[in-house]
Design a protein around this ligand. Structure first.
Ligand SMILES: NC(=O)C1=CN([C@@H]2O[C@H](COP(=O)(O)OP(=O)(O)OC[C@H]3O[C@@H](n4cnc5c(N)ncnc54)[C@H](OP(=O)(O)O)[C@@H]3O)[C@@H](O)[C@H]2O)[C@@H](O)CC1
Ligand SMILES: [K+]
Length: 510
């Protein structure tokens, strides 16, 4: 799914009105009706008190449309207008006026803290204070209203975006944002929903299609693209009957050091599970017996040095190379990486200690081959690109890095981000169960396994991250979030492939 900026959505709004020959008011009616239908479907007439807090812009206008439909259908509704300026939008005013067609109870005008209402824990709050038009921090009693709403135990449903949160720019005041339980957003998800600093305000959201012009949306370059099952299905390369193990390549995994052989086992197993035809692991001597026992399907080459890697030698044409998992940053190891990077003919996945090596030794960065995949977690990323003030600055700096070094950058997190040239992909699979040691080693293995089968580096990364997250979700569904270990994620990669094409069961009749 494409993610657009607030500016693009305003533009889409304008073009839609022109092309469909409708007014902004009609579009607001559509948007409000969609929210109403969603609520009606859940509430089915229940008389739970609903408190709708409206601003004076078009987000407030949406709130008024929802309120009108709810009142019309006999729901128990109170509408409040946060009258923070006199500059009310035209569509707001028309919908304000329309309330009198359905009720004698005029909305409550709020002008200070004294107007804040009592709200019971069982009630429902609908937040229509600010939408994507927020352009400065909420101040004074409006900020207090947001904080007052946050203190309530009642369920909070935000319209379009939690009020106080901008769609795709930094939060002006993190103490003045609605912590929504659920958000119903129009047409496309907003970038803020997926970033670690702002995603906390949007634990759950649904996208409501309000029929904005398809052609405009298709032709506009989005800020980012989310990857879910539908997109991932299209990435899959089917296998042919007469393919053999050579078709899927011979991957090289360079991993492990004394006390960290687990990283080598996990990435090796994940490379095989993702479908590489053959895998050879290169490790220090201490890893030889361990790997032969723990990963019997793989071949093992070992260094002369017992505890860490000092020179990486292999006599075969590797189809892909995954390097860095648990190798440490001994200076001999970093020197061996120099040679590996300079001579490598296969696409590379560079992870963990190999990334730390790059951050410490700028000469090593110079020999990273073009189109390599770098897979930092936030700490490793900071060592690569320096610190950032907020998630948007992080993305900007990371993008500069990918363009300068011509690499694919995968920033790991709850929603991993993949940056390459001007594109950004956001993964949507995964669970908190994957926040466990070794999960990253499995991910590097999956991407290496896909590269080995001929997926190009960007596709291998985007698809690999999706499969890894899906394997984590499947493992969590059987083992619980707490019970999932990295080796379980590797074990469920096969299920993640099957899940790609599993049909959703239709709901049972009656
Ligand atoms: N195409 C679409 O996607 C569709 C969008 N629709 C809906 O429209 C929403 C966007 O509406 P919007 O542009 O009127 O802005 P919104 O967020 O309601 O209000 C902000 C207003 O308040 C002001 N203001 C800003 N910051 C402030 C602050 N801190 N403290 C005080 N005031 C502040 C600012 O005015 P200013 O004072 O700057 O003149 C601005 O006018 C969108 O989220 C969706 O719900 C649908 O109806 C249909 C299709
Ligand atoms: K809102």
């Amino acid at each position: 799914m494409k993610i657009f900026s607030a500016e693009q959505l305003y533009e889409a709004d304008k073009i839609t009105a022109e092309k469909q020959n409708i007014s902004s008011l009609d579009l607001m009616e559509r948007a409000g009706e969609q929210i109403f239908k969603w609520l009606e479907d859940k509430m089915k007439g229940a008389q739970v008190p609903l408190h709708i807090f409206c601003g004076i812009g078009n987000n407030g206008g949406d709130g008024l449309v929802v309120g009108r439909h709810l009142i019309n259908h006999g729901y128990n509704v109170t509408i409040y207008i946060a009258n923070f300026t006199d500059k009310r939008s035209k569509c707001f005013l028309i919908n304000y006026d329309r309330i009198k067609d359905v009720s004698k109870k005029w909305p409550v005008l709020m002008t200070s803290e004294e107007d804040f209402p009592e709200i019971a824990a069982e009630d429902i709050i609908i937040d229509a204070l600010f939408g994507i038009g927020l352009n400065r921090p909420p101040e004074g009693w409006v900020k207090e209203l947001i904080q007052y709403i946050n203190k309530q135990k009642a369920f909070k449903l935000s319209i379009d975006i939690p009020s106080g949160l901008p769609a795709n720019t930094p939060v002006p005041d993190s103490e003045a944002v609605i912590h929504a339980n659920h958000t119903l957003t129009f047409q496309a998800p907003k970038l803020a929903f997926f970033l670690p600093e702002t995603g906390v305000y949007v634990p759950y959201f649904e996208v409501l299609d309000i029929g904005l012009d398809r052609q405009f949306l298709m032709e506009s370059k989005p800020l980012a693209q989310t990857i879910s099952k539908m997109e991932a299905q299209q990435f899959y390369k089917p296998r042919a009957k007469y393919d053999h193990k050579g078709t899927y390549g011979h991957a090289l995994i360079v991993a492990g050091s004394y006390g960290k052989m687990g990283a080598a086992i996990l990435s090796t197993r994940a490379t095989l599970k993702a479908g590489a035809g053959m895998v050879t692991v290169f490790s220090p001597e201490c890893g030889y017996s361990i790997l032969q026992t723990a990963a019997p399907e793989a071949m093992v080459l070992s260094d002369d040095e017992e505890d860490f890697i000092t020179k990486i030698e292999y006599q075969f044409d590797a189809s892909a190379i995954g390097v860095g998992m648990g190798i440490g940053t001994q200076k001999e190891t970093v020197a061996a990486l120099h040679k590996l990077f300079s001579e490598a003919k296969a696409p590379l996945v560079i992870d963990a200690d190999a990334l730390n090596g790059i951050s410490e030794d700028k000469d090593l960065l110079k020999v990273v081959p073009k189109n390599s995949v770098l897979t930092p977690h936030p700490g490793e990323l900071e060592r690569l690109i320096g610190s950032w003030k907020n998630d948007y600055e992080k993305i900007e700096k990371a993008r500069k890095f990918t363009k300068k070094h011509k690499v694919v950058l995968l920033i790991k997190g709850a929603h991993s981000l993949i940056l390459f040239e001007d594109s950004m992909y956001i993964n949507t699979s995964g669970t908190p169960g994957m926040a466990t040691a070794g999960s990253g080693d499995v991910l590097s293995g999956v991407i290496t396994g896909l590269l080995s089968q001929g997926y190009d580096p960007l596709l291998a990364t985007v698809f690999g991250v999706y499969l890894h997250g899906s394997a984590g979700m499947l493992a969590s569904s059987v083992l619980s979030y707490e019970g999932v270990m990295a080796s379980d994620i590797a074990d469920f990669i096969g299920d993640a492939y099957i899940e790609l094409f599993r049909q959703e069961q239709p709901p049972a009749q009656g």
